[in-house]
Design a protein around this ligand. Structure first.
Ligand SMILES: O=C(O)CCC(=O)C(=O)O
Length: 319
């Protein structure tokens, strides 16, 4: 029996009807004969019929509104990506900018907002502030008076004599009464822990003496800076105070910022020579231009970590 038509039960039924008279005369039950023919045809169909392939996933065509919405999202995402990647200056300008403007997301020591109102902005980025009248004239005079007795030739890296720094200087014990006012003001301005602050350094320049361009801390991988960094880590904030009036010469120059600061008695300048992670900010390289008139300065530096070993605190100085 051909089962190709797809209607096998109809063919079986037709065959059963044709054979019906013969079957009746042979004594078979005609109703049963028709029923059996129908069942056989249906079974054969289910065995032979090719199984339908699994339906292909329905391709839902997005509506026009959905397409427009998707495009809107894509455009917004791309605008955001563009904004992020050009948050700094355009790539063509990058090599000409100081490092700190390229890395403006890197964090540095921040002066508390309470004190910012008292400061004059000399540079926004990187921040360089001045504070007139930070120390009173008598506080300045006391520091000079004490330091004048204990000055020695200035060093770099804490110990080496170097032609780039020709002044004389000393470290003073913070416990000295003449250091206390300055230390308290530095702590208030910076918000640092007392243990993070180095004992103050006082420096004197006479005619022709200078400090050539330098950063206030070592590069993190500089082998010569390792012993310095081991105790307290990097210098994160500099407070440089001018202790006397200097009519001529001795300015502090920040070459990358185009800023020169003229010394004025009691004035402080404040900046973060390194980022919080300890990397030096090369944009804050600075120098003491050659002195003409005698010049005195006092510096406080704030380190990454408290001094646990007494290396930069509690100098015996000349006590
Ligand atoms: O004396 C100055 O003007 C700057 C001094 C200085 O930068 C330093 O001693 O590290």
């Amino acid at each position: 029996m051909m089962m190709l038509s797809g209607q096998p039960s109809a063919l079986l039924l037709a065959a059963a009807l044709l054979l019906l008279p013969a079957a009746v005369s042979a004594g078979l039950d005609p109703i049963r004969l028709i029923f059996v023919a129908f069942i056989l045809g249906t079974g054969a169909l289910s065995l032979r019929r090719p199984r339908p392939a699994a339906p292909a996933p329905r391709q839902v065509r997005p509506s026009r509104a959905a397409v427009i919405e998707d495009l809107r999202h894509a455009a917004a995402a791309s605008a955001q990506a563009t904004k992020l990647s050009f948050d700094g200056p355009p790539a063509s300008a990058r090599t000409e900018r100081p490092a700190s403007t390229l890395l403006k997301r890197r964090r540095r020591w921040e002066i508390s907002a309470d004190h910012l109102g008292r400061l004059t902005v000399l540079s926004h980025s990187p921040p360089l502030h001045a504070c007139g009248g930070f120390l009173r004239p008598e506080e300045c005079a006391q520091l000079i008076g004490t330091a004048a007795r204990v000055l020695v030739r200035s060093t770099v890296y804490g110990h080496a004599l170097d032609a780039s720094r020709t002044s004389r200087s000393c470290l003073l014990a913070r416990t000295r009464p003449e250091c206390r006012a300055a230390l308290e003001k530095v702590l208030a301005l910076s918000g640092a822990l007392p243990e993070q602050v180095e004992d103050p350094q006082v420096t004197c320049y006479t005619r022709g003496q200078r400090y050539e361009p330098h950063c206030d801390g070592p590069e993190l991988h500089d082998p010569q800076g390792q012993s310095f960094l081991q105790c307290g880590g990097q210098r994160l904030l500099t407070v440089l105070i001018y202790l006397n009036a200097v009519p001529r010469g001795g300015r502090t120059r920040f070459s990358q910022l185009g800023v020169e600061v003229a010394p004025e008695q009691g004035k402080a300048i404040v900046f973060a020579p390194a980022f919080l992670d300890g990397e030096i900010d090369a944009a804050l390289v600075h120098e003491a231009l050659p002195a003409e008139d005698e010049k005195w300065v006092c510096q406080f530096w704030i380190r990454q970590r408290p001094d646990t070993t007494g290396v930069f605190m509690h100098n015996p100085d000349a006590q």
